[in-house]
Design a protein around this ligand. Structure first.
Ligand code: ATP
Ligand code: MG
Length: 283
């Protein structure tokens, strides 16, 4: 039985549970419990505050964990980062009141910077040779400058709207983060096998994210050009149609390229273009 530590509530909880569900692992009890067993896979979830996940995995109480890379970096936990999970994206940045001038890290010398991430900030300041004072606060960091606790803050930013709402501007991005799957060091052979199976499933899930399945009818004389427009995993599928002057072409593309490709394909005579979501891609 593998144990995975998951955030009990907060920003990563729902996406972590959704990821497990999407790879066929449903947890069968409400998340108010500390532990719950999965159906159809030898896995149990341990629900914790995200701050506790790195050390719980490092110490082996849970073999696996899902947590922000920022927490691993801050805690300096000695764990293996197995893969990025494509959610919980954010960055750790220094921000200052928008009325203040900023012309590089040196202007932070002698200033007070409030943060819940003293280690990551401390390393950045050291690397830049800046002697600033780090004020540790654990919540509402964004109001630290307006209440006079600090001259700048170092905090998590995603859209930046919280900074703007508090009259701050982002002046330095120090660390880029997203949710990651972590494992304790030295998994035994049985655990390794289960983790490999999980990783295989997660990969098929993350690879398919943002992909579209495209099929269309194309006149035979445009087929070569259509294949050039549509790169496929190996090569696009081409099927004959009852009308021998036409064929059916199938491929998988990134959603971001969809409209550009559709325009190019229409221009060479493609008709009846169907676009579908892709659930899983097993490579
Ligand atoms: P806990 O009660 O578990 O300690 P928390 O309040 O420390 O929760 P959350 O705000 O739920 O933490 O954030 C969890 C993680 O989500 C962060 O460590 C970070 O990796 C990620 N995250 C992504 N976007 C944001 C954001 N805009 N603000 C805060 N965290 C974010
Ligand atoms: Mg926390």
């Amino acid at each position: 039985m593998l144990r995975i530590a998951i955030q009990s509530k907060g920003r990563l909880n729902e996406d972590s549970l959704d990821l497990l569900k999407s790879i066929g692992i449903e947890l069968d009890t409400p998340k108010r419990k500390l532990l719950s067993k999965a159906q159809a896979f030898p896995l149990e979830a341990l629900y914790l505050r995200d701050d506790d996940i790195p050390h719980v995995v490092e110490g082996g109480t849970a073999a696996l964990g899902i947590v922000g890379l920022n927490e691993i970096e801050e805690k300096g936990a000695d764990v293996d980062v197995l893969c990025r999970l494509g959610f919980g994206g954010c960055r750790l940045s220094i921000a200052m009141p928008k009325t203040e001038e900023y012309d590089g890290p040196q202007c932070l010398s002698g200033r007070r910077i409030a943060t819940s991430y003293p280690n990551i900030l401390g390393r950045f300041l050291k690397e830049k040779g800046v002697d600033a004072s780090v004020e540790l606060i654990t919540g509402s960091v964004e109001i630290a400058t307006s209440v006079g606790i600090a001259d700048a803050i170092f905090d998590i930013v995603s859209s930046g709207s919280t900074l703007v709402a508090n009259g701050l501007k982002e002046v330095e991005t120090v660390f880029e983060s997203e949710a990651v799957l972590i494992a304790k060091k030295g998994l035994d052979a049985g655990e390794r096998e289960l983790v490999d199976e999980l990783m295989f499933r997660i990969e098929s899930e993350t690879v398919s994210r943002g992909k579209k399945y495209l099929l269309m009818n194309i006149p035979n004389e445009s087929l070569e050009e259509a294949i050039r427009i549509l790169p496929a995993m190996r090569s696009p599928t081409v099927l004959p149609l009852a009308d021998s002057a036409w064929c059916s072409l199938h491929s998988v593309i990134d959603a971001s390229e969809l409209w550009d490709k559709v325009q190019q394909l229409k221009a060479i005579g493609a008709e009846g273009i169907l676009v579908m979501d892709v659930d899983k891609i097993i490579l």
